[in-house]
Design a protein around this ligand. Structure first.
Ligand SMILES: Nc1nc2c(ncn2[C@@H]2O[C@H](COP(=O)(O)OP(=O)(O)OP(=O)(O)O)[C@@H](O)[C@H]2O)c(=O)[nH]1
Ligand SMILES: [Mg+2]
Length: 205
């Protein structure tokens, strides 16, 4: 046997240096809303992506009309990591968006503290399934509207809230999933929301 130990990778750093809280967060939403883009843009580690090239076989199965320039799709999940501060590290899981992979979602939700629902206003009804599943699991979430440049009309967050029938206490933010600082703001909104829920539970007798 060779000296296998010398080939072992460097020791794992479980959390960011000095961090003591790791939170599992999922990013969900319809097909092609930018989930992989968000995880990629905020992750500090090289994100794990399970992208596959879309082929002719998907024609008629996957709804690609609104995302014509898209050439790959997530077939399992994305994984990334970001330290929000010295104490808190988020583990990010991006769900696959195509309907035929939705059966993976319930597994992905296990142990999840909170979720980001990404919304594309050109295809708002694609978000309904994500919101329904999260409500069913009782998983707290925030809604981030990923603004694409070719939106025919720019709807306000209030209009989008109404269209999604979202209660007033669920935070909504605009974002550009391609921009790291914007993605990070979305995650901070979610952590603040989780913190507010935890505080409210603590003060309820
Ligand atoms: N113009 C614009 N393009 C974006 C934005 N966010 C993502 N994109 C592009 O939209 C395409 C789809 O993004 P993905 O991140 O693959 O979407 P996804 O939600 O992971 O897709 P699935 O996993 O297949 O459901 C990519 O080509 C991105 O570069 C955005 O905010 N603006
Ligand atoms: Mg993806």
């Amino acid at each position: 046997m060779g000296s296998a130990t010398s080939e072992l990778p460097a020791q794992r750093t479980p959390l960011g240096a000095g961090a003591d809280t790791g939170l599992k967060i999922v990013v969900v939403g319809g097909f092609g809303v930018g989930k992989t883009t968000l995880v990629r843009s905020v992750s500090e580690i090289r994100p794990l992506n399970t992208e596959e090239v879309m082929t002719q076989a998907g024609v008629g199965v996957d709804e690609t009309s609104a995302v014509a320039s898209k050439t790959t799709t997530t077939v399992a999940f994305d994984f990334g990591r970001i330290s929000l501060n010295d104490h808190m590290v988020l583990y990010l899981f991006g769900a696959p968006g195509q309907e035929r992979f939705w059966f993976l979602w319930d597994r992905l939700f296990s142990g999840t503290l909170g979720a980001v629902v990404l919304v594309d206003t050109r295809r708002m009804d694609d978000s309904w399934y994500a919101i329904d599943r999260l409500e069913h699991h009782g998983t707290p979430f925030v809604v981030a509207v990923n603004r694409f440049d070719d939106e025919p009309v720019r709807h306000s967050l209030d209009e989008i809230r109404q269209a999604l029938a979202l209660p007033a206490h669920i935070p909504m933010v605009d974002c550009d999933a391609r921009v790291r600082s914007s993605g990070k703001d979305v995650l901070i909104t979610l952590v603040d929301h989780l913190y507010a829920i935890a505080m409210a539970q603590e003060t309820t007798p």
